[in-house]
Ligand binder design. Structure first.
Ligand code: 13P
Ligand code: ZN
Length: 272
C-alpha cells in the first residue's frame, strides 16, 4: 500500500490540517510525530525508499524505541502545506537497533530533515509508552497564542496553571485530571528541552513551554488534538477572565471532588 493511502497517514495529515486551521502554526511553528504499529509499518513498506537515507544520530539513546517507525513533520516545513504536499513536508523515520540513530525511509522528497524537536518527541514517546502501557502514539507541539500570553503573566508553577485552567470550564478537570506541567523558558530543539519535558510527562499529558507553546501526548490523533484544543480554549477563557478584572467566583475544591467522583477520574489532589 502507498503511505498516503494508509489510515495512519490520513489521520496524521487530517490532524495537521485541523491544527493549522486553529491558528496554532504560524510559518513552520510546531511539529508532530506518530509511532506506527508494526502492522502499519509492514503494510506500507513497499512504498519505502529502496535506498533509505543515511543513519543520523538522534542526540539521545532510547533503546525502548529500537526498530520503531515514526511519521514526523519536517524541520522548517509549514503545517499549512502538510496536506497539500505531504511527501515534501513529512517523513517516516526508522530507528536503529540501539535507538540511537534514525534514517528517513519515506518522504521529505525535496530534502531536509525531521523536526528539530525530534529528540524531544522520541524521548517523550518513550516516557509515555511506559506511562500508558504502550497505548500512547502521538506527541504534538504547537504555538497557541493564549497559552503563550499567559506564560508572561502567571507564575510558572504546575499548581497555579493546573488550578487556574481547571477553573475555566467545568469539563477541564475531566480532560486533563493530572493537571498541566510548566517548564521555564528553554532553548527549542535538542536534548535539554526534551529531557526536562520527560520529567513532567511522567505525570502530565500536557506541558507548557513558557513563552513558546504547548507540548502534549495522546493515544490517538483525536485525543492529542482534543487535549490541545481544550487547553487552548481554557487559556482563552482565562485570558478573558483576567482581562475582565479577574475572577468574582470559582468552582470550589469540593465541587471538583464531586465532579471527579461522578465522572470517575483520578483528579490530582495536590492541586485542590
Ligand atoms: P521545526 O520546524 O524544526 O519543527 O521547529 C518548529 C518549532 O516549533 C520548534 O519548537
Ligand atoms: Zn516550537
Amino acid at each position: 500500500m502507498k503511505v498516503l493511502d494508509s489510515e495512519f497517514a490520513k489521520g496524521f495529515l487530517g490532524m495537521a490540517e485541523n491544527c493549522w486551521k486553529m491558528g496554532w502554526h504560524e510559518r513552520n511553528g510546531g511539529n508532530m510525530s506518530y509511532r506506527l504499529r508494526p502492522e502499519e509499518a509492514e503494510s506500507v513498506r513497499e512504498d519505502f525508499y529502496a535506498e533509505p537515507k543515511p543513519w543520523t544520530p538522534i542526540d539521545a539513546s532510547i533503546p525502548s524505541l529500537a526498530g520503531d517507525f515514526f511519521m514526523v513533520t519536517g524541520s522548517g516545513k509549514f503545517f499549512q502545506n502538510t496536506l497539500r504536499e505531504p511527501e515534501d513536508a513529512t517523513a517516516i523515520v526508522e530507528l536503529d537497533d540501539k535507538g540511537e540513530n534514525y534514517r528517513i525511509v519515506w518522504g521529505l522528497v525535496n530534502g531536509g530533515r525531521p523536526t528539530s524537536e525530534l529528540p524531544s518527541h522520541l524521548l517523550n514517546h518513550a516516557v509515555k509508552i511506559e506511562a500508558t502501557g504502550g497505548k500512547n502514539r502521538v506527541i504534538y507541539h504547537c504555538h497557541p497564542a493564549n497559552v503563550i500570553a499567559l506564560s508572561y503573566v502567571l507564575p510558572l508553577e504546575d499548581a497555579v496553571w493546573s488550578r487556574e485552567l481547571w477553573d475555566t470550564m467545568t469539563e477541564c478537570p475531566i480532560i486533563f485530571p493530572a493537571g498541566v506541567g510548566v517548564l521555564e523558558w528553554e532553548v527549542p530543539g535538542g536534548r535539554a528541552i526534551g529531557l526536562k519535558s520527560c520529567e513532567k510527562m511522567k505525570t502530565y499529558d500536557v506541558i507548557i513551554w513558557a513563552h513558546h507553546g504547548m507540548f502534549c501526548a495522546g493515544e490517538s490523533f483525536d485525543m492529542a488534538f482534543g487535549l490541545a484544543h481544550t487547553v487552548d480554549k481554557a487559556a482563552d477563557i482565562l485570558v478573558k477572565i483576567i482581562s475582565m478584572g479577574g475572577r468574582k467566583r470559582s468552582i470550589s475544591s469540593d465541587d471538583f471532588r464531586r465532579l471527579a467522583k461522578d465522572f470517575n477520574v483520578d483528579l490530582n489532589e495536590k492541586f485542590l
